[in-house]
Design a protein around this ligand. Structure first.
Ligand SMILES: NC(=O)c1ccc[n+]([C@@H]2O[C@H](COP(=O)([O-])OP(=O)(O)OC[C@H]3O[C@@H](n4cnc5c(N)ncnc54)[C@H](OP(=O)(O)O)[C@@H]3O)[C@@H](O)[C@H]2O)c1
Length: 291
């Protein structure tokens, strides 16, 4: 499997050749695992991915589409969504662009309805969209604080709520939230962003417990530094920011979007059918206490 994704190389392409031994997915269809990708059992599934126009979300959308899922691409910038949709189409996959501002309270319902209107089902949800600013206490405004809470916590929560009736009818029934190593590290300047990511970890485990009896799984990936456009939104000197981030990673490098996307797809899929409430650090060892 290649790495690099949006930030670097080309995500794995869906080969037209199918593995002859690929088992049928839980949806009763031949799981369309391309050669070189494990069969995730997502053939025929419909999956919502927020923040799908760039970075980790774009790489995830392409991985899921290459695994046979139809992907609903959510974000504010239509042009970015369209370029991901075009790449999915070129690879032989299916997607639907749903431009939406998730900081608006009505958006989660709108996104779930759009998925149902087009695909008649919701099998999985990837809560990936987020905003990040690194500011000291005195620099925060109510507007900036509220934007972080609305985008990073309220939208994932109400997307799960909006998708739940359809998830309950699915054989996949899976939610993956994307939090951050920032929720564990408590770095100066990351009070608000880190708080929202801690909250997402908390939501993951409380909702995993609440929904377990109905078979809905809720898991979380907590990435460390990954090479995506997000760093340009908080760093004034990007080169210095990358040096600083890399210096914190025991493996000695920044991760790629594809390295996260693979795990999101794996957690979302029935391959992880006995896993719920997991918060997986995917950070090159960044959160290890080395003192
Ligand atoms: N990259 C890292 O080092 C890193 C580390 C830890 C955690 N993460 C997490 O990984 C996830 C993906 O981030 P990324 O690194 O891939 O950065 P990214 O490329 O900037 O992706 C963030 C996405 O969220 C979307 N988004 C932001 N606000 C939105 C809103 N109000 N409504 C709808 N969509 C919105 C953006 O699209 P639009 O602007 O077009 O709306 C963008 O596509 C985030 O949850 C982030 O916190 C990243």
């Amino acid at each position: 499997m290649s790495s690099g994704g949006v930030a670097g190389g080309r995500p794995p392409r869906a080969s037209t050749a199918r593995s002859a031994s690929a088992p049928a997915g839980p949806l009763g269809q031949s799981a369309s695992a391309p050669v070189g990708l494990p069969d995730l059992g997502l053939g025929g599934a419909a999956v919502i991915v927020t923040g799908a126009g760039s970075g980790i979300g774009a790489a995830t959308a392409r991985h899921l589409a290459a695994s046979g899922a139809s992907v609903v691409l959510v974000g504010r910038r239509r042009a970015l969504l369209k370029s991901v949709a075009d790449a999915i189409t070129a690879d032989g996959g299916q997607s639907l662009c749903v431009p939406a501002d998730l900081a608006v309270a009505a958006s989660p319902r709108h996104v779930a309805d759009a998925c149902l209107d087009r695909f008649g089902r919701i099998d999985g949800l990837v809560n990936n969209a987020a905003v990040v600013r690194h500011l000291s206490l005195s620099e925060w405004s109510v507007g900036g604080f509220d934007e972080h809470v609305a985008t990073n916590i309220r939208a994932p929560f109400f997307l799960i709520q909006a998708a739940l009736p359809a998830l309950l009818k699915s054989p996949v029934k899976s939610v993956v939230n994307i939090s951050s190593s920032s929720g564990t590290l408590h770095r100066t300047g990351q009070s608000v962003y880190g708080m929202t990511k801690c909250a997402l970890d908390y939501l993951t485990q409380t909702l995993a417990g609440e929904l377990a009896a109905s078979g809905v799984r809720v898991n979380c990936i907590a990435p460390g530094p990954i090479d995506t456009p997000i760093h340009a939104t908080w760093a004034t000197d990007l080169a210095e920011a990358y040096r600083w981030l890399q210096s914190q990673v025991p493996l000695g490098r920044i991760g790629s979007p594809d390295e996260v996307a693979r795990w999101i797809a794996l957690l979302l899929s029935p391959v992880s059918s006995f896993m719920t409430g997991a918060i997986i650090p995917l950070d090159g060892g960044q959160v290890i206490d080395r003192e």
